[in-house]
Design a protein around this ligand. Sequence first.
Ligand SMILES: Nc1nc2c(ncn2[C@@H]2O[C@H](COP(=O)(O)OP(=O)(O)OP(=O)(O)O)[C@@H](O)[C@H]2O)c(=O)[nH]1
Ligand SMILES: [Mg+2]
Length: 373
Amino acid sequence: MPKKSKLPAWAPKEGGDAFAGKVIPGSLSSKGRKSGKKTPRRPRLTVDDYVKGVLACNRAIMGRAISLIESDAAAHITEAQEMLQALLPHTGKSMRVGITGVPGAGKSTLIEALGLYLLTAGHKVAVLAVDPTSSITGGSIMGDKTRMEKLAREDNAFIRPSPSGGALGGVARKTRETMLICEAAGFDTILVETVGVGQSEIAVRSMVDFFLLLQIAGGGDELQGIKKGVIEIADTVFVNKADGDNISRAKVARQELSRALHYLSPATEGWQPKAYTCSAQSGDGVEKLWQVVETFQETTTNSGVFQQRRKEQSREWMHALINEYLTTIFLKNPAVGAKLKQVESDVVAGQLPVTAGARELLAAFMKNREDEE
Ligand SMILES: Nc1nc2c(ncn2[C@@H]2O[C@H](COP(=O)(O)OP(=O)(O)OP(=O)(O)O)[C@@H](O)[C@H]2O)c(=O)[nH]1
Ligand SMILES: [Mg+2]
């Protein structure tokens, strides 16, 4: 049957046949799909399909499961949570390692070297990233997959760039949930790269078991990390690029860092962080790094600190999500929206005490919610 075409609503009535603007039902319409016509769209997966695919380590399905997690659409969030619920018993059995350091410190190069080393030792390695700037730059720290070219080609490695867009809280949630997908798919080592600027290190520290700070010797500023407090949350510090002419400078930096670490209270109870040198480029020190991670895992598992931290992380994460959710619905509330600007400017002008301002907005919010019910 020939398809009927109809004029679009905005077409001039007297346009006649000379008017070319016609809407012709396309083969991609929902009707077309229902009648079984082939379309370029991928078939929808059920929650069960996702779960089975992830458990079988089917990469295409893993990718789609992660996209589902990264979606902000309400329906996807519900579906993603159902999927995670089913996968939960298969998660948690990995070593989660966070890696931070200033841009250009060599994190990606180190992850490639460490990842390849771990593969030869029989591990399955997933590499994730937390880069809250990726929405601005359009790429991500893992946009440079080229730094991990060899690793990316390996069957037992899985590399996923940072989720882009949104506030750090959202990016961190997505990375955490992606980590669970990777664990359920059988990856036993998760490496999370984050750039050492802003708050992203704190977010990554709160989702990993072991946190590595990668430093570089440079410009007499060996204690770059100390100023930012990053060193205080690290379980070890490696001074990278200890190769060529740079070896002696790297050693000096290592000594300074060792002294500093000695005076700080450890990030993990019962574990004294130490400083070492390495070269991600030559591979020197990579084996040592993994020895440190393994010793850490053994020590903290025996003392119970490892398991305790994981529990604490889940509890804190839940509270962070509650805070995030409450803030979102508060700021979206029309009664709050109607008052917010005025109250803000009164507070800023010193005409309204800050506490009174906050209480006024909260009261407007509560009242609006009650009226809605
Ligand atoms: N000489 C030397 N150069 C290195 C070493 N590790 C990394 N580099 C170089 O340093 C530059 C930055 O390396 P990346 O691995 O991209 O650094 P990054 O910390 O991941 O950088 P961002 O992702 O941008 O924060 C590259 O040109 C690397 O080749 C090393 O051990 N020795
Ligand atoms: Mg990088």
